[in-house]
Design a protein around this ligand. Structure first.
Ligand SMILES: [Zn+2]
Length: 473
């Protein structure tokens, strides 16, 4: 912690080009494994800052790694830059107005995520050089977080094997430590194959793949009563078999997402879902195959690193939002459902009727209200191979739903820029704590090793699951 103030000055000194990077990535929203322009912008920024750059790290064309420093421990900052489909939105507007184009938008704030991590890495690089401290800092640009499990494939390729500690963050409405409460998940495509027939002239000759999928859903809906309450199962038809009701559908594809708080519980639940699919195939005289699309492990906590990060948050205080930021956030809140604002406040233990447009305090950690659950993240897989700590950065109005047009709208705002710089300071100071305090790193590693002794890591993706990587257009 004694090094925090100098590294905060270095974050301030380097922030302008990295804010510009975030805005440039916001303007080219790209989906899973097609982030070619975004990764090129990150690689250019790494070279401009003097990092040694490895393109396509882990065999993923839209991943990149930059390293600086010599000897010592290796600290990794994880960044992302993928966007979402259907969530395009003009920046700064408080009404829904998509931008003309392909419809993609940065509705999870990953333009900020990559740029703030790179800003923190840059400040730590400069701090290593200024202090002569042995150590290496790396920035990993990781593709396809939104359901693509990019980091899971990078873990499988071994790109984090020599890393001592990993640091990352995610945009949110409050600045706090990211609690280890992300669920393990797996995406499974079930393909049912039956026999087509004329639905009126020869229904007895048909074997319906669509019936099989519907019976599978019924079976899984009964299964829900007999699973852990923290587990989740969702499904969506990828191919319902065709639009004609007078044909017995011979092929249906349905995608399931199975989630659980622990990796082994998730794998066991996925196995039960597979058995339900087999039962549905038996009932309908169809066949079924199951393909793993992607998988993510749950997030492992690391109390020593979380305590170090919380201490830095408390020393730094909340982001320096001003009256015009609060006015913008209030206008944005007027577009939310009041329940969303109340739920966001309650989730962090604040009274639901507080008039509070933006994060204005550092909350206690661990939260007395319990951990904030944000679904799943592929940082989970990294946390099983490297002691990992994450922050949540305050980059949007309280009540903003991730994956909404409002999130896209705030992605280039003064609120987002201040929140990004703030979280970069939190992450950079945590890194310099680790680099200057061998006992802290030792405690973090022992905590991690203890967890792995209790339950070893198994990649949720079998070896025949490959990333759907694309050629650069
Ligand atoms: Zn996200």
């Amino acid at each position: 912690m004694r090094n925090a103030a100098p590294v905060w000055d270095l974050v301030e000194a380097r922030k302008a080009p990295l804010i510009a990077l975030s805005d440039a990535v916001w303007a080219v929203p790209e989906l899973n494994f097609t982030e070619f322009r975004s990764v090129a912008l990150h690689a250019d920024a790494l070279r401009a800052e003097g990092f040694r750059v490895t393109p396509a790290v882990g065999g993923l064309p839209t991943a990149v790694m930059g390293e600086a420093g010599e000897g010592g421990p290796v600290i990794a900052f994880l960044g992302e830059y993928d966007a979402l489909p259907g969530l395009s939105q003009e920046a700064g507007l408080t009404r829904h107005q998509p931008v003309p184009g392909d419809g993609n938008g940065h509705a999870c704030g990953h333009n900020l995520l990559g740029s703030a991590s790179l800003l923190a890495a840059t400040a730590v690089k400069d701090w290593l050089a200024a202090t002569g401290t042995p150590g290496r800092v790396r920035y990993y640009g990781c593709p396809a977080e939104e359901g693509g499990a990019g980091k899971g494939f990078m873990v499988r390729a071994g790109v984090f094997d020599d890393v001592d500690a990993a640091i990352s963050w995610h945009p949110y409405a409050f600045a706090t430590v990211f609690p280890p409460a992300a669920l393990a998940n797996i995406r499974l495509d079930f393909t049912f194959t039956g026999r087509a027939a004329h639905a009126a002239a020869a229904p007895h000759l048909g074997r319906s793949a669509l019936d099989a999928a519907e019976l599978m859903n019924v079976g899984v809906n009964y299964l829900r009563e007999h699973m852990l309450p923290s587990s989740r199962i969702h499904y969506a038809y990828q191919d319902a078999g065709g639009a004609a009701p007078n044909v017995v559908q011979s092929r249906t594809v349905i995608r399931y997402t199975v989630r659980a708080a622990e990796l082994d519980d998730m794998l066991a639940l996925a196995q039960r879902v597979r058995r339900v699919a087999e039962g549905a195939a038996l009932m309908t005289e169809t066949t079924v195959t199951c393909q793993v699309v992607s998988g993510m492990a749950n997030l492992l906590g690391n109390p020593p690193l979380e305590a170090a990060m919380q201490a830095n948050l408390e020393r730094l205080g909340p982001p320096p939002f001003d009256e015009s930021d609060r006015a913008f956030a209030r206008d944005m809140q007027a577009t939310f459902n009041p329940e969303d604002i109340a739920a966001a406040l309650r989730q962090v233990g604040l009274p639901a009727d507080t008039d509070r447009p933006l994060c204005d305090a550092i909350l206690p950690y661990p939260s007395p209200a319990g951990p904030i659950l944000l679904g799943s993240t592929d940082v989970g897989d990294v946390s099983w191979v490297v002691p990992t700590v994450q922050a949540l950065g305050a980059t949007c109005a309280i009540g903003t739903t991730l994956h909404s047009w409002q999130m896209t709208a705030q992605g280039k705002s003064s609120v987002a820029h201040k929140g990004m710089v703030h979280v970069a300071k939190v992450m950079a100071a945590t890194a310099t704590d680790i680099l200057s305090d061998p006992a802290l790193l030792d405690r973090a590693k022992r905590d991690h090793a203890d967890r792995l002794r209790r339950q070893p890591y198994v990649s949720p993706m079998p070896p025949d699951t490959h990333p759907p990587i694309q050629a650069c257009p």
